[in-house]
Structures are given as structure tokens and as C-alpha cells.
Design a protein around this ligand. Structure first.
Ligand SMILES: [Zn+2]
Length: 180
């Protein structure tokens, strides 16, 4: 049944009338704006999302058209404290009510607790998923506890100590020659 619905050109009313569902897993590269947040960190990332249509009061003159969206992924971001990569899990779970048009959505928006969107026969659900995930991206991503910086051997105090204690090769040679 899900095959009948194109998530990027969704007939929202029909989707809701059928109580249809779409589940998808897609590579992060398909989400250009979300992908840009990783600043080029090339980790394979999968975005998993699910949408379900629902008609409230289907026999009413004006039945309510709902779409419930869930999405999750783990985005590699740059920690703003240590500048190392940090994996940030993102989770979205939202319900949208679709109304006749943009004007109705704007007019009813103040009173409605849910998010309102304009009904469309060619709705881009993938874009909505991306919009919602983008809203979850933290402004300043950080590790809860930043990893210890990796010591470079030249800056390692033990390394410095070891090299200065190493015997001068000429001193060794002189000692051998003198038979001591
Ligand atoms: Zn950090």
C-alpha cells in the first residue's frame, strides 16, 4: 500500500483516508541541508523516519486530516569546546493537522496546539522530515565530557625525559676505547 504513495509528492488527504504509513531509511547525503550541518565529517549516517496518516471524524462534514511523523538519526557535529567530532542523536515526534490552505493555517495557528500545514496533493514529506530534524540540531553542540586530547609524542613530558636521559653515543664510544 505504501508503494502507492510518493513521499515527495504526497496526496495528503488520500494518505490520511487510507490510514497509510510510510517508513524509510535514507543516507544523510539525501538531506542536503542536514548534511551541511556536519561540516564535511564523512561518517556514514542513516536517517530513519516514519509517517502515518489519520483521519479524525471521517464522517464529519469537515474531517480532520492528520499526519504523524517520527524521525531519528545521529549526526556527527563539531564539538564547540574541543573541536573534535561529537555524535548528536536527533529525535523527532510530531503531529501535523492539515487545513484547507495557508490562510486557514495562519488564522487557526494561534489557537491550535498542534502544528498546522496547508493541505496539498503533492506534499513533500521528506522536506518536512528534514525541517523537523534541523530544528533539533543544537546551536552549540558539545560533548558531555570532552575526550582527553591525544598526546603528541614530541609534547609528551615522558618522551622528553627519556630522550635527555639517553646516553650520548660519543660518551659510550670513548668509554669503550679507554677499556673502562
Ligand atoms: Zn568536546
Amino acid at each position: 500500500m505504501a508503494k502507492d504513495f510518493d513521499p515527495q509528492r504526497l496526496d495528503v488527504r488520500r494518505f490520511a483516508e487510507n490510514g497509510a504509513e510510510i517508513e524509510a531509511r535514507a543516507g544523510l547525503q539525501k538531506f542536503v541541508r542536514l548534511s551541511a550541518e556536519t561540516q564535511g565529517l564523512e561518517t556514514p549516517v542513516t536517517v530513519h523516519w516514519h509517517a502515518r496518516g489519520e483521519m479524525h471524524n471521517p464522517h464529519h462534514v469537515h474531517p480532520q486530516i492528520w499526519v504523524h511523523v517520527e524521525a531519528e538519526t545521529t549526526l556527527p557535529l563539531v564539538c564547540q569546546r574541543c573541536l573534535n567530532p561529537v555524535d548528536v542523536p536527533l529525535n523527532v515526534s510530531r503531529s501535523f493537522r492539515f487545513v484547507a490552505d495557508e490562510a486557514t493555517a495562519a488564522a487557526e495557528d494561534d489557537e491550535a496546539e498542534e502544528d498546522l500545514l496547508a493541505l496539498s496533493r503533492s506534499f513533500d514529506l521528506v522536506e518536512l522530515v528534514e525541517d523537523e530534524l534541523l530544528m533539533e540540531v543544537p546551536v552549540a553542540p558539545r560533548h558531555e565530557v570532552c575526550p582527553e586530547p591525544v598526546k603528541m609524542s614530541a609534547e609528551d613530558p615522558d618522551f622528553e625525559a627519556a630522550s635527555s636521559e639517553r646516553e650520548n653515543p660519543f660518551a659510550v664510544l670513548t668509554r669503550l676505547k679507554s677499556g673502562r
